[in-house]
Design a protein around this ligand. Structure first.
Ligand code: SF4
Length: 371
């Protein structure tokens, strides 16, 4: 995506004036140190601002420095990341923190090319840290910025095409300011995409500082842009989630160290969506003693490339849970184990049982008989 009409210098001036007059208050904007900018940008990659803000404060309260992050244990890190999803981001943060301590004495490098060598830091995040925290003339081009540019230039190019994105970065880099202007421009461009040139619904052109420059606005084409290649369909995985409990404790297992939700704790499950009878039969075949089973509801969870369709059962064990699983009580589970939000439906079910029954044995109510 190229600036064929040379609009960008005027765009930059207007965005700086607009941003300085209307910037929203956010916790990471109060003290934009490199660590704070880095942490906030990683948190915001797949999480809304409202959800990220309390996690950001909690995280910094526990891990106020790069050194503290580098030294943080895995379980604590996962717990601090709970609610944000995409846990590989937290693992990469820690790996990058260790590298920063070992190689740069605990201070993040100020060049985008060096920042990109850190795990989890791509072109966008490197540009954001370099410009916001260090005032370097480096653009940070994400989906928000691509949308604004696509409409501004009335570009028909596919904004998901890496070449188109690289061209947009080059066009911006050629005119990017330095110092405080760099920091404000990066944040202003993002903010314009978030609150004015919005992704869903009609953009608020009558409040946009770029209105008289914008080609899409002139042509009335805002709602047809940006162009995107169609997304690949998600693979559907069906599973039967098991709340295995003795009425007080709950079985959890650790996921594999690689792949989706790597290394996190989860409720055990069987593949496929099984009936209560099928579930009970399978448990018995595996030597798991139980004496009550009842439905815990249906749930769907969307990942980037996979969709989980789940059905769940509350299963009262009459013996020990299978080997290899941990069996914390309800309070310990919620306090110490980071179970991904994909299981929220069933964690809520456990919480509700706790509120109603205080984790006394209740699994057999309305259940089917063991087979
Ligand atoms: S004028 Fe409208 S379409 Fe153009 S950049 Fe502004 S909000 Fe987006």
């Amino acid at each position: 995506m190229k600036d064929e009409k040379g609009l960008l210098p005027a765009v930059i001036e207007r965005i700086l004036v607009w941003y300085r007059g209307s910037r929203r208050s956010m916790p990471w904007r109060d003290d934009p140190s490199p660590y704070h900018v880095w942490l906030s940008e990683i948190m915001l990659q797949q999480t809304r601002i409202e959800a990220a803000a309390p996690c950001y404060r909690r995280f910094l309260g526990e891990l106020p420095t790069v050194e503290a992050l580098a030294a943080c244990g895995e379980e604590k890190l996962m717990k601090l990341w709970q609610g944000l999803g995409y846990y590989s981001r937290a693992r990469n943060l820690k790996k990058a923190a260790i590298l920063t301590v070992e190689k740069y004495g605990g201070k993040l490098p100020d060049e985008a090319s060096e920042l990109r060598k850190l795990p989890g830091v791509g072109a966008y995040t490197a540009g954001a840290i370099a410009s916001i925290a260090f005032g370097k003339p480096e653009p940070a081009v994400d989906g928000n910025v691509m949308r604004v540019l696509s409409r501004l230039f009335a570009s028909e190019e596919d904004v998901l095409d890496p070449r188109v994105r690289r061209d947009a970065e080059e066009a911006l880099r050629a005119v990017y300011p330095a110092g405080r202007d760099a920091a404000d421009l990066t944040q202003g461009l993002m903010e314009l995409g978030e609150v004015i040139c919005i992704p869903n619904g009609v953009p608020l052109c009558d409040r946009c500082p770029l209105r008289t420059l914008c080609e899409a606005e002139k042509r009335g084409a805002q709602n047809e842009l940006p162009k995107r290649s169609p997304k690949k369909e998600r693979r559907i995985e069906e599973k039967t989630v098991l709340i295995l409990t003795d009425g007080r404790r709950f079985a959890l297992q650790k996921r594999a160290e690689t792949g989706l939700l790597a290394g996190l704790w989860e409720l055990p499950s069987f593949p496929g969506r099984l009936t209560a009878e099928e579930t009970g039969r399978l448990l018995s075949e595996q030597g798991i003693a139980w004496d009550g089973i009842r439905p815990a509801g249906e749930a769907v969870h969307l990942f980037t490339h996979v969709e989980w369709r789940m059905t769940g059962y509350w299963i009262r064990l009459s013996g020990l849970p299978p080997a290899g699983l941990v069996f914390p009580d309800g309070e310990t589970l919620f306090r110490d184990y980071a179970v991904p939000s994909a299981f929220r439906r069933y964690l809520d079910f456990i919480r509700k049982e706790f509120n109603e029954y205080g984790f006394s044995p209740s699994g057999g109510k309305g259940g089917v008989d063991p087979t």
